[in-house]
Design a binder for this molecule. Structure first.
Ligand code: PGA
Length: 336
């Protein structure tokens, strides 16, 4: 993408080195390419006196050169995303107290994406409080219909009116409220159409884990859950791998085990569906008994790009410590 003239001054461009030679309709041209990932996409600008090709083939050529360069050089950095899933906890007043205690410290950290997902009723006041803090606000579920006689449900546009993101397919919704891969897919499509970012949760139960079915279960959940989703939509999706046996039990997966599922099962599936570049850009969070003590080790793994935090997000000191750990890891990963 090329930024428009009005926005271009706000982009910091990096130079691709050495200059690339592109061939279009048989004639080679030396191009100095610049790219920027500042604003959520991959933007480029070109400097060449000689490259006078049609807009369409210029775009295609430049896009593929930049994409390959970014993948080869490992320039693609996924910003760590830590989200607190408050579940059915915190009244409005309690939510206000919690945020008051942690927002000043969270607001200081800008190399990690942060979010909280309160109960619906607390969302408006949480949004108000989080303004200017850099903390995103999400809902814990959403219905797929736009409006109508669906007592107790909340429509995507209603969530999008106030929230940045929504969680779908959490294992508690699968277990207690009949959520299936098919309904996850419906919620996901409706939420994306409303402009929301979405965290899609997957993960195997203890029995499935013990039977060696982890890869099969996660593959099914993702294949059916993400059916019909396009590459362009994928940019708004975060996957949360949450083994059910690790949620709320104090028994987190080991960083190596979790990373194996992220790297060997989930990322290849994303690659199959959305292509190499997009799969490298998509974040895969881990969830299940993340604490201030184990967060750094988990986030340091190559394919763990943050966490969905339940219990430890309900206390200011532990959630702040987890985000601080993420921030430290982000700095270290950048230096590698
Ligand atoms: P937990 O919950 O951190 O309390 O294990 C995680 C989740 O369910 O998202």
């Amino acid at each position: 993408m090329v930024p428009c003239k009005r926005c271009a001054p706000f982009f910091v461009f990096k130079r691709i080195h050495p200059p690339k030679t592109l061939i279009c309709k048989g004639s080679p041209a030396q191009l100095q390419l610049y790219y920027s990932m500042d604003h959520g996409g991959i933007f480029y600008k070109i400097e060449s006196l000689f490259f006078k090709k049609c807009k369409f083939c210029q775009d295609l050529l430049v896009k593929s050169v930049i994409e390959n360069y970014l993948i080869e050089t490992g320039e693609i950095m996924r910003k760590i995303f830590v989200a607190g899933n408050w579940k059915m906890n915190k009244t409005i007043a309690e939510a206000q107290d919690l945020l008051e205690a942690m927002l000043p410290q969270l607001a200081e950290i800008d190399n990690v994406e942060k979010g909280v997902a309160p109960v619906y009723l607390a969302i408006p006041s949480v949004v108000e409080q989080c303004r200017e803090s850099g903390v995103k606000v999400g809902a814990q579920n959403v219905f797929w219909e736009a409006s109508g006689a669906y007592t107790g449900e909340v429509a995507p546009a209603m969530v999008a009116e106030v929230c940045d993101f929504v969680i779908v397919g959490h294992s508690e919704r699968r277990k207690y409220f009949g959520e299936t891969d098919e309904t996850v897919n419906k919620r996901l499509k409706a939420a994306l159409a409303a402009g929301l970012e979405v965290i899609v949760c997957v993960g195997e139960t203890l029995e499935e884990n013990e039977a060696g079915l982890t890869a099969a279960v996660v593959t099914r959940q993702l294949t059916e859950g993400l059916a019909g989703i396009t590459e362009a939509q994928a940019a708004k999706i975060t996957i949360a791998y949450e083994p059910v046996w690790a949620i709320g039990t104090g028994l987190a997966a080991t960083p190596e085990d979790a990373n194996r599922v992220h790297k060997d099962v989930i990322r290849p599936l994303l690659k199959q569906q959305f292509g190499k570049l997009t799969s490298q850009q998509m974040r895969i969070q881990y969830g299940g008994s993340i604490t201030a003590d184990n967060a750094a080790e988990l986030f340091a793994m190559s394919d763990i790009d943050g966490g969905l935090v339940g219990g430890a997000s309900l206390k200011a000191d532990s959630f702040v410590a987890i985000v601080q750990a993420a921030s430290k890891v982000a700095l270290e990963k950048k230096e590698l």
